[in-house]
Design a protein around this ligand. Structure first.
Ligand code: DGJ
Length: 743
């Protein structure tokens, strides 16, 4: 039973394999949160709450003389608004009479088989028999505003999803000013908050700090989930590390403005509220209308690694869709860092020929292939080939590349428009811009108002034509600026607060149509690298270009941070030329290969500039990736070093799900003379098995490799790397198995 209702105690309990989530409808009809954490023996957790007169906090009118009851101190599932809970609220409303109140009382609940979906928004899906849904209805008696709380319970996956639907069942308009997806109160414990912060070219760096009485806000108001913050946070026990301690992962499946607020109340109870950002947001609900929030995905586990493993599996199996969700991805070569805007057909074919000789399977033509696109000043919006560069048009080019034995992929940036484009000249009002103002330019471009149907239709037609007329098997869907001047020419002044969310619904709608019509195309998301790396986009594109920084040393940090929430198969990662174009650093090809191979693997360089020796090495890398890709893309990923410790090396490991094989990757970031030998303890192996180390043929038990570890040889030179491939060869002889391991 993953969802259970105990009517005698008015208890609602959600169970997953390793967690319990409990709520109670209390004597005054409010929905209280009781507990989320390790299974607690089927106990009614309401005994944890001791109520006493909290004086200044006040009590709801209905509580009468009962001064021990206060909304301001009670752990709640989804807070009322303006009626006595002075902490971070879940919902904000302006009623037609101007009052800013909504008092939410329990009305009913319903348990359903399967997982709910959310119209127009990405959401975790059930592959069949994996999930149940709980819907709890709350209502404000005065206005008739109804809030339906949705819970998707994936028992075996250890995941609970949450979303809310707000319905105006009253007779007057209501303006929503905040509509969160999740409120989680954790009344006990000492907690840290981990968020993933960054900038263009250094995305998703973990930042850990104590939860405190000042509410910490993790948010994006850039119209995209952003390079600067990610809609994923972890709240963990102060003592928690990779392997131990209570950890709660919370991920919003949304690609626009978001906000996560986390802090302690006056009595030390933690509250985390997460959802669409309320900055710039407003949504008008006429009688009968409803608003659906995006979904938050919740996972509880012991240790940060466990949280990562839960999200990795969930994203691969229950968020990503389409033919490529679990399939091998072709090894690609992307033209961007090979030639930027400086190419014609001959140059592209020369690069492609060299690529094919290396064993590349997919050639990707990046930015610069369409009319008047000689630099980033012009062309966006006009999605037809530049006939000066490609006299035979794209079909002729694609055919030549296909004849070389490679698939063909292309770069597009449909959400944007240059002022110097036919599209903008014809439809200047299609761009987001506020009346009377010159809008901010980002990379010389404006943002199209994807909230408008005619804009989406134009883009659908342009993209579908491109994909239909050419044998395109991969699309890099880029987006190279934040949203500013978010004003839609088709929204009334009072409804401009809807434009940002309508944009996100628009991009999802467009991607839904295209991915449905072209299921054979592998879509890769991109936003100046990893500026829109989130579960919302992964619903449409199973991989996302992780960062515009292709320097292998920097990429170790970026991919390490990304791995806390997102699987390796989602991280587009390429070997680029040296000196690196972003940092000027030179690193060996072995390091670049090892790092790029810890992701959706490819190259982004001009192979014509490689030496014969480098070409041989690349051929070997591609063979190696083919051999190891199941282990890498579908195995369990372990972070063996903590980047925060700034060690002179970094190590990470893949272990196949049956623990039959493993790959240890280690990169020395700072070589030192006469330094202590590097030693790491491996993880996730079968302690009772013997593993053969492919590199030297030696055999060591899983127990020894995990508890004793492995000492590296002396590693010298420029950024040396060390790899160990382990294969389970047999079980440990019975007499050598330690009794506790047998148990
Ligand atoms: C930004 C992307 O992240 C790059 O990889 C490249 O595609 C450029 N845009 C092209 O304009």
């Amino acid at each position: 039973m993953s969802i259970c209702y105990d009517s005698s105690e008015s208890l609602l309990t959600l169970e997953t394999a390793s967690s319990v989530y409990q709520m109670k409808i209390d004597a005054y009809g409010y929905l209280e949160h009781l507990y989320y954490g390790r299974p607690a023996g089927g106990t009614d957790m309401s005994y944890l709450q001791r109520r006493y007169d909290r004086g200044f906090s006040g009590s709801p009118y209905a509580a009468g003389e009962d001064r021990t009851f206060s909304l301001d101190t009670m752990p709640q599932e989804y807070t009322s608004f303006g009626v006595g809970d002075f902490r971070t609220h879940s919902i904000g409303v302006i009623n037609s009479d101007g009052s800013r109140c909504a008092e939410l009382h329990y009305v009913s609940h319903e348990i359903r088989e399967g997982k709910y979906s959310i119209p127009g928004l990405p959401a975790v899906y059930d592959n069949g028999g994996e999930a149940k849904t709980l819907v709890i209805t709350l209502r404000d008696a005065v206005t008739g505003l109804v809030v339906r709380l949705y819970y998707g319970v994936f028992h075996d996956l250890d995941v609970i999803t949450r979303a809310a639907e707000i319905v105006n069942e009253g007779t007057e308009e209501v303006i929503l000013e905040k509509a969160s997806s999740l409120c989680l109160d954790i009344p006990f414990g000492t907690w840290d908050l981990i968020c993933f912060t960054g900038r263009h070219c250094m995305e998703r760096q973990p930042e850990r700090r104590p939860l405190s009485h000042s509410v910490q806000v993790i948010s994006s108001e850039r119209g995209m989930s952003s390079h600067q913050q990610n809609p994923f946070v972890i709240v963990c026990d102060r003592q928690a590390n990779e392997d131990h301690g209570d950890c709660y992962g919370m991920m919003l499946a949304y690609s626009g403005n978001f906000k996560a607020e986390a802090g302690l109340d006056q009595f030390g109870s933690a509250r985390i509220v997460m959802g669409i950002s309320d900055t710039y947001f407003q949504w008008h609900l006429a009688p009968g209308e409803s608003f659906c929030t995006p979904e938050t995905i919740l996972a509880y586990g012991e240790g940060l690694t466990r949280i990562s493993h839960i999200f990795h599996r969930l994203i691969r199996h229950n968020i990503c869709r389409g033919e490529y969700k679990l399939a091998h991805r072709p090894v690609l070569l992307n033209s961007w860092e090979a030639s930027y805007f400086d190419f014609d057909e001959n140059r592209i074919l020369a690069i492609a020929k060299e690529a094919e000789e290396l064993g590349i399977e997919l050639f990707v033509l990046d930015d610069g292939w369409f009319r008047r696109r000689r630099d980033d000043n012009a062309g966006l919006g006009d999605w037809t080939a530049d006939m000066e560069k490609f006299p035979g048009g794209l079909p002729a080019l694609v055919e030549k590349i296909n004849r070389m034995g490679m698939k063909f992929g292309i770069w597009v940036e449909p959400e944007m428009v240059n002022e110097d484009s036919d599209l903008y000249r014809a439809h200047p009002d299609w761009a987001l811009k506020a009346p009377g103002r010159s809008p901010m330019l980002g990379r010389n471009q404006l943002v199209l108002d994807l909230g408008r149907e005619e804009v989406r239709d134009y883009l659908y037609d342009a993209m579908a034509k491109l994909f239909r007329e050419n044998n395109i098997q991969y699309v890099k869907w880029d987006m190279n600026r934040s949203l500013s001047d978010v004003y839609s020419a088709v929204c009334t002044p009072s409804r401009q607060g809807e434009a940002g969310h309508r944009y996100v619904l628009g991009i999802y709608g467009l991607l839904e149509r295209l991915t449905e019509e072209f299921p054979h195309i592998l879509f890769e998301g991109c936003a100046g690298g990893g500026g829109r790396f989130d579960a919302g986009m992964l619903y449409y594109t199973p991989q996302i270009w992780c960062s515009d920084d292709t320097d292998a040393v920097e990429r170790i940090a970026i991919q390490n941070g990304t791995s806390f929430g997102y699987p390796v198969s989602a991280m587009g990662s390429h070997v680029s030329a040296v000196p690196n174009h972003q940092t000027g650093r030179s690193t060996p090809l072995a390091l670049r290969g090892m790092v790029a191979m810890s992701g959706a693997f490819g190259y982004e360089l001009d192979p014509g500039k490689l030496t014969e020796e480098e070409k041989q090495e690349i051929r070997a890398q591609i063979r190696e990736f083919h051999r190891d890709q199941d282990l890498i893309l579908d195995g369990l990923y372990y972070r063996l070093t903590d980047m925060a410790e700034q060690l002179p090396y970094a190590a990470w490991q893949f272990v196949s799900k049956d623990r039959g094989s493993s790959l240890l990757n280690l990169a020395v970031l700072h070589v030192q003379a006469n330094a202590p030998l590097i030693h790491v303890r491996l993880k996730g192996l079968d302690p009772q098995a013997v593993y053969r180390i492919e590199e030297d043929g030696s055999c060591i038990t899983g127990a020894a490799l995990m508890y004793g570890g492995y000492t590296m040889p002396i590693l010298t030179g420029d950024y040396p790397v060390f790899r160990l491939h382990l294969v389970r060869v047999c079980e440990m002889p019975k007499e050598k198995v330690q009794p506790e391991e047998e148990a």
